[in-house]
Ligand binder design. Sequence first.
Ligand SMILES: Cc1cc2nc3c(=O)[nH]c(=O)nc-3n(C[C@H](O)[C@H](O)[C@H](O)COP(=O)(O)O)c2cc1C
Length: 193
Amino acid sequence: MDNEVLRCIHARRSTRKFDERQISDEQLNVLLDAAIWAPSGGNNQSWLFTAIQDKEKLLRLNDLVRDGFQVWIPDDDYPGKLAMKTYSSREDFNFYRNAPTLIVATNKPNYENAMADCALALENIFLAATSIGLGSCYINQLHWLRNDSGVRAYLCGLGMPADHVICSSVVVGYGVGEPPVPARKEGTINIVR
Ligand SMILES: Cc1cc2nc3c(=O)[nH]c(=O)nc-3n(C[C@H](O)[C@H](O)[C@H](O)COP(=O)(O)O)c2cc1C
């Protein structure tokens, strides 16, 4: 079987290098509309998608993330977390990969489907971005720093409700180069008939 949706699913790649061009308002609206049409547990739709496109604000957030990582104690030994802590002290640290647009997905507290709902919305954003020629990537660092007071206060200043949990974020823009295509692991499908 072959159709546009299936081709889009296979064509989507995590893009981590972007050029300077900002995406258009129309493109941003397409992505945010895709997000809010994701399913949500009990039709909660309690998420908020905050799109940040202002360069200065993104850089300020990057500084706060850098500060946050300096004092952050990873809650497990996932190698990516330790690498990020080290990377955060470098001069060229940029957690959002210098993308022109960052969309932060937050959700109400004490809601067990908060992460699942936001993850599904993010996948909609990834697929919509692919379908209109944009690159995108899941960015986990704001979730890791979800309890950091500096990061939280700054996002609240940008409209995040004070009690919201930072679930995830995505960067979007015009990708540079061809991202690698990571092979899919064998043995991850189990069909019982
Ligand atoms: C929950 C989750 C967290 C991720 N966090 C990051 C991240 O912080 N930074 C990053 O560059 N990629 C991140 N990724 C992207 C994965 O690294 C990527 O999906 C994987 O390498 C497979 O590549 P593909 O998306 O091109 O198929 C994340 C993906 C998921 C699902």
